[in-house]
Design a protein around this ligand. Structure first.
Ligand SMILES: C[S@@+](CC[C@H](N)C(=O)[O-])C[C@H]1O[C@@H](n2cnc3c(N)ncnc32)[C@H](O)[C@@H]1O
Length: 406
């Protein structure tokens, strides 16, 4: 069989057995991303039963000494390097039990110069049975095979404490090297370049899977899907191939499938192999990927929904704590911000438009959209306000209601 034939032979498949020998059957330089979540050197046998089926899953993480563990990783990580394309990357998940070993092995195999990041995955926990600080993070080491690795810039939403001026205004260094807003000759603040949010940092706040989480399948040490989706999105494109040689319940493969990437999963446990296959067959894409604890209030959630329905795939930054503006589009118009306001449940359309027009003046905006959510007798008064600068978007539900009433 040629290398390419072998490559397609294993694509979108789960393989059962020791990943060391099975990785010999995968073509060299065919993989875009390898994520490894091996046993952590925890000196435990991990076991758990699935709530619905009662099936018990277990795997051993007991080692005679750390040299044997380091050797086990070294041979497998060396093979992964051969499988990676020159543009590929490896992510290895560990915790404080063996992070020093994992980092040393990765430096040996990939070279310290190809170390890109130590990602700290942090989550909330509420109890600690042991003496000492409560562990609330795990580590994921990110190395690239070469300097020409793929990397997609990801952004997180601005916090609701972020002032709109911080997002819009251009900054410069003052004489005493402070970051200040740039002012033009007319004394006006200058609008900066388009911003997509806060660049993703190396500290990831993603909740730990709690015992009742919907995505939990009962596999010990199962990782959250959103964690794996973020890794996949960071260094691959649609159609790329993702390898997980210690796939367990198959979280990485599910994440790859959800994001239209190909996957190869390997596990030596028969139960894990079956579970991953089942999970891939029954996987349904969840609609929301990131939870946002700040958007808990009902009115905020309602405005979020109106924006999502109206703007659909148009990228925008959500603005909180600003009466006149609920969102600004990432794309500018005439180098000025495009503002969006949702008519609040307590506002007439005229009131909402007046507030938005004021915000436009303040922010030097030349294009804005008001989203109408309900009807009231002052509607006709807004007609003079609508022009090429201010447009009206009627929520589909309102259009339907109006149509049914006429
Ligand atoms: C930490 S778990 C992976 C959990 C997985 N990331 C998830 O989200 O469900 C480690 C897995 O490695 C598997 N494993 C251990 N040694 C292996 C080997 N030599 N080859 C393949 N799989 C192995 C175990 O059976 C276990 O399922």
């Amino acid at each position: 069989m040629t290398e390419n034939a072998l490559k397609s032979h294993f694509i979108d498949r789960i393989l059962l057995g020791d990943c060391f020998s099975l990785m010999n059957d995968i073509a060299n330089t065919s993989i875009d991303l390898a994520y490894l979540d091996p046993p952590f050197f925890s000196a435990k046998t991990h076991q758990l039963a699935a709530r619905e089926t009662g099936i018990r899953y277990r795997f051993s993480d007991r080692w005679k000494n750390e040299h044997i563990y380091a050797d086990f990783l070294f041979t497998r990580i060396s093979r992964v390097k051969e499988l990676l394309k020159d543009t590929g990357s490896i992510f290895v998940h560990c915790d404080k039990s063996a992070e020093h070993i994992v980092r040393t092995v990765l430096d040996q195999v990939f070279g310290a110069e190809h170390f890109q990041s130590e990602i700290v995955w942090t989550y909330k926990r509420w109890s600690n049975a042991k003496k000492g600080l409560m562990p609330a993070h795990q580590n994921i080491y990110f190395y690239s095979k070469t300097d020409t690795f793929k990397f997609n810039h990801l952004y997180t939403p601005y916090s609701d404490k972020t002032n709109i001026d911080q997002i819009l205004q251009k900054r410069q260094r003052s004489k005493d090297n402070k970051s200040v807003y740039l002012i033009n000759k007319q004394g006006e603040q200058v609008i900066g370049a388009e911003k997509r949010g806060v660049p993703l940092s190396d500290v990831w706040h993603i909740p730990y899977l709690n015992p009742t989480a919907r995505e939990r399948v009962g596999y010990p040490t199962q990782k959250p899907l959103s964690l794996l989706q973020q890794i996949v999105e960071l260094v691959t494109e649609e159609g790329d191939i993702v390898l997980d040689p210690f796939c367990g319940s198959g979280t990485t493969c599910v994440a790859a499938k959800a994001l239209n990437r190909h996957y190869i999963g390997i596990d030596e446990s028969k139960e894990a192999f079956k579970l991953t296959q089942q999970r891939l067959e029954t996987y349904i894409k969840p609609s929301v990927r990131r939870s946002d604890a700040t958007k808990t209030q009902a009115s905020k959630e309602w405005i979020d929904k109106c924006l999502a329905l109206s703007l659909a795939s148009i990228p925008f930054n959500r603005i909180l704590r600003n009466k006149g503006i609920d969102a600004i589009l990432v794309e500018h118009f005439n180098s000025k911000p495009v503002l969006v306001k949702v008519q609040d449940q307590s506002e007439t359309l005229k009131e909402a438009c007046d507030i938005l027009v004021k915000a436009m003046q303040k922010k030097q905006s030349e294009k804005a959209f008001i989203i109408q959510t309900h009807n009231c007798h002052t509607n006709e008064q807004i007609l003079p306000l609508l022009n090429q600068h201010l447009s009206l978007i009627v929520m589909p539900a309102l259009t339907i209601k109006q149509a049914l009433q006429s």
